[in-house]
Design a protein around this ligand. Sequence first.
Ligand code: FPP
Length: 244
Amino acid sequence: MKVSFDHRPGRPAHVAIIMDGNGRWAEQHGLPRLAGHERGAEAVRRTVTAACEQGLRALTLYAFSEQNWGRPDIEVAHLLRLLSAFLDQERRELCQRGVRVRAIGDRSRLPASVCAALARTESATIANSGLELCLAISYGGREDLLQATRALCEAAVRGQLRPADIDEQRLGAALGSRGLPPVDLVIRTSGEQRLSNFLLWESAYAELYFTACLWPDFDGEALRLAMAAFRQRDRRFGLVRVAG
Ligand code: FPP
């Protein structure tokens, strides 16, 4: 499906979200942690719909970090099941909305069922021109920078690249996020204020927005508030504003 973008100034092209607080939401509601993740998956559905309606070009969601592998097996398995279910259940709707899906992160650690669901959804949505939905799964910013560095070194050893030719563009093109616009706005829910190894290169000049809202309560209105806060920011990218 072909979708054209509304390039209004002040609108972030790429929003990245650290979806935090599922466990605390569950605790506050007297439910097991896994129920918090289930409600978190519903918030993902709402947020993707809102991102399409609000005209975002790219949305990256931190769904499962490299470090999350260290959580109890039952929680890891549940999160991976929710991811597969999201990819399979939402594929039709995502296609109808013109969403193009991709994943970043280390797929070699993922179970075959998750890889297959990812491949099905990526190939079903590849020709879409609407929202670029990027799911960070088994992802770490440092780990992505390391694999990119290794790939560039290997190309240099093969004689395909001179070290002096390695610039921001080449390094950016070796990252999982290649082709996506730089991150304009990072949102983190649950009141925590840190990046937790998320999109370290891509967020170099991103505005940071922290909200106390726990991820399962996030919705289109919460996204609108973050976008409104973004419009108030004075982005200078290290330059100075010239008077007049
Ligand atoms: C952080 O909350 C959240 C995660 C580690 C996982 C995010 C996963 C989802 C929102 C659901 C599945 C995703 C998709 C894309 C369908 P936490 O468990 O660290 O919360 P806490 O800090 O309150 O314990």
